[in-house]
Design a protein around this ligand. Structure first.
Ligand SMILES: Nc1ncnc2c1ncn2[C@@H]1O[C@H](COP(=O)(O)OP(=O)(O)O)[C@@H](O)[C@H]1O
Ligand SMILES: [Mg+2]
Length: 224
């Protein structure tokens, strides 16, 4: 009754976790959920379906298809399997679409100009931590961000995101624009950067989960 912790997002880690899963092992977060969550099309669709506040989102592999959308305001383009800001472009004018490199499927999302830094929320088994962080980051210190007290609205949004994907260890990026929060990204596990005592909080959770697995109990969020 081992419990395997799937933290890394590399192809190797995912492949090993997938193989373990196929052999009947319990992985945390569950391998099928993590595999699904790498795809921003699936994640966005699930968030919308659950009624979470998500920007209007479109998908195409030819950026020219996004042209008509610019009439209604700026867009942000994201590779559908992207992470850590790779390949993200804010598009305000038609000609800015000309030099977007075609790189498989892209998401175009309505760009909601942020009122301030991102409100990142990190979650560990129902415990929520808010960290304000500027994007894009300029230097290492920016990575740590500023802890902040979560509003009731953001707490509710964060907990609902966890229920949508059925996991306990996750993070989400919310952008507050015109006073309204939008969920723009959900990550499995998350970096927990800037969370006070993150290693201790994670260790407590993992020890409890591992004890549960040892006794053959259903590990929360690891049911697969
Ligand atoms: N629709 C949006 N409107 C405004 N800002 C956004 C939007 N989507 C993303 N951003 C900004 O871009 C950053 C990176 O986008 P994100 O979707 O989190 O990509 P990644 O998976 O690479 O982290 C976010 O942290 C946020 O600051
Ligand atoms: Mg992000």
């Amino acid at each position: 009754n081992d419990l395997y912790i799937l933290k890394s997002g590399t192809e190797l880690a995912l492949s090993v976790a997938g193989a373990l899963h196929a052999l009947g092992a319990t992985t945390l977060n569950p391998y099928p959920t993590v595999a699904m969550m790498r795809n921003k099309i699936i994640v966005t669709r699930m968030l919308m379906e659950a009624g979470l506040p998500t920007p209007e989102t479109y998908v195409a592999s030819d950026p020219n298809e996004f042209r008509p959308l610019l009439d209604a305001g700026p867009l942000i383009l994201k590779p559908y399997r992207g992470s850590r800001g790779a390949g993200i472009r804010i598009i305000r004018k038609l000609n800015e679409l000309d030099d977007v490199t075609r790189d498989g499927l892209m998401l175009a999302q309505r760009y909601h100009a942020p009122d301030g830094p991102d409100c990142k929320i990190y979650c560990v088994g129902g415990r929520l931590f808010g960290v304000r962080r500027i994007w894009p980051i300029q230097k290492y210190e920016d990575k740590l961000g500023q802890p902040f007290e979560l509003s009731a609205e953001l707490r509710d949004i964060a907990l609902r995101c966890g229920r949508v994907f059925g996991i306990d260890l996750y993070g989400l990026d919310t952008v507050v624009s015109g006073g309204r929060p939008y969920v723009v990204d959900v990550q499995k596990f998350g970096s927990y950067m800037g969370v006070p005592n993150a290693p201790g909080v994670l260790a407590d959770y993992l020890v409890t989960a591992a004890k549960g697995a040892m006794h053959g109990e259903l590990v929360l969020g690891a049911a697969s």
